[in-house]
Design a protein around this ligand. Structure first.
Ligand SMILES: [Ca+2]
Ligand SMILES: [Ca+2]
Length: 178
């Protein structure tokens, strides 16, 4: 009995550590954060922008779409102010460079931008993808395809898994009653 209790305590400790650790362990449900009915998490590792977008799609989402200043400040408060990929890109690079032709990979309309001073600059004509928090905490920056040193923020337009599980058991109960 006593042993079991200790086990539970260390399990709780591990869960808390996971929650606080953030990007250290991205495989756990604990890592999902919820905002406005959408869930968010970081890619488990640093990767390329394209790799991060592929990872987001494998979870049924996209790299984050930032619709307004409130969402951006929630992202900073939740995931920190390090540079991280987001889903803003130029699907037809070369059109209206540097500031034109930007879209969200989610297909949502562009309602807000927060470029860092002097950005987007389309450096060397190669920058058609983006990260937020330039120089840790600044605005957005356009980057080339060969970056592979950041994590990305995934946004899935669904409630958290816990919420879905809740809905699932509710459906089951309803069915049982029939
Ligand atoms: Ca560009
Ligand atoms: Ca740039």
């Amino acid at each position: 009995m006593k042993k079991k209790k200790t086990g539970l305590v260390s399990l709780l400790g591990a869960a808390i550590a996971l929650g606080l650790g953030g990007r250290a362990n991205a495989s756990s449900v604990v890592d999902w954060k919820e905002y406005n009915g959408h869930r968010y998490e970081l890619t488990p590792d640093v990767t390329s922008w394209t790799g991060a977008e592929h990872y987001a799609r494998s979870l049924g989402g996209r790299l984050v779409t930032i619709n307004d200043a409130a969402e951006e400040s929630w992202l900073k408060n939740t995931f920190g102010t390090e540079e991280m990929y987001m889903g803003f890109y130029q699907p037809n690079p070369g059109e209206n460079e540097p500031a034109g032709g930007w879209e969200w990979t989610s297909g949502e309309p562009v309602t807000y931008t927060n470029w860092h001073r002097g950005e987007p600059n389309n450096s060397q004509g190669l920058e058609h993808w983006t990260h937020m928090n330039m120089y840790n905490g600044g605005g957005w920056n356009d980057i080339p395809a060969n970056w592979d040193n950041l994590v990305g923020i995934v946004e899935v337009p669904e409630p958290t898994t816990i919420g879905l599980l809740g809905l699932g058991s509710f459906g089951l109960l309803k069915r049982r009653k029939k």
